[in-house]
Design a protein around this ligand. Structure first.
Ligand code: FE2
Ligand code: FE2
Length: 177
């Protein structure tokens, strides 16, 4: 077995699971398994971003004791917690009402509806501003910087196909399949 594989096998995600269990098992979150985000379902994409963010936060925690690893894990899961399968809807003619600009707000609104007991201003800020720099305001907290970075790392695949970027950002409709 390769050393890299051994290392992968050893990763203990029980702490992570305890942090996000109520979300992962919630029927409203499970519905996102059926909504296509880009290449993945919203569920899979958010799980990837949450895990990526969790790993970054664990590494940074010793240097930033105030950082909440749990807030990062939760914000990652909920950052795209919107409900409309936007690929199937017509584009809004008003540029700044298009998916790329509004889904952070929609996700935060839904997060408060379904997970109000888990929400706080750090998580809210990370969700609303995860589309930075397209969303023009900087994340206010380190948790938000980690989420916007994790989202981009996970979404890196699209940068191999720059012509697909407008579809990815939600400012152009995917062609009919
Ligand atoms: Fe997003
Ligand atoms: Fe995302």
């Amino acid at each position: 077995m390769l050393a890299k594989d051994k290392k992968k096998k050893k990763e203990d995600l029980s702490e992570y699971y305890l942090m996000v269990k109520p979300i992962l098992l919630h029927p409203e979150f499970l519905k996102r398994k059926t909504i296509l985000h880009h290449q993945d379902s919203i569920y899979t994409h958010c799980l990837k971003v949450s895990l990526q963010g969790y790993r970054i936060a664990k590494k940074l925690k010793p240097y930033f004791p105030e950082l909440s690893v749990q807030d990062v894990a939760i914000a990652g899961l909920l950052h795209d917690f919107y409900e409309h399968p936007w690929r199937e809807e017509p584009l809004d003619k008003r540029f700044f009402r298009q998916h790329a600009f509004v889904h952070g707000y929609e996700a935060a609104k839904n997060a408060y509806i379904y997970f109000s007991d888990l929400m706080n201003p750090y998580i809210e800020d990370a969700i609303v501003k995860h589309m930075f720099p397209l969303y023009c305001h900087f994340p206010k907290y380190l948790e938000g910087w980690i989420i916007t970075t994790a989202d981009k790392i996970v979404s890196m695949e699209v940068f191999r196909h720059p012509l697909e970027l407008p579809y990815y950002l939600g400012i152009r409709k995917y062609p009919e399949e």
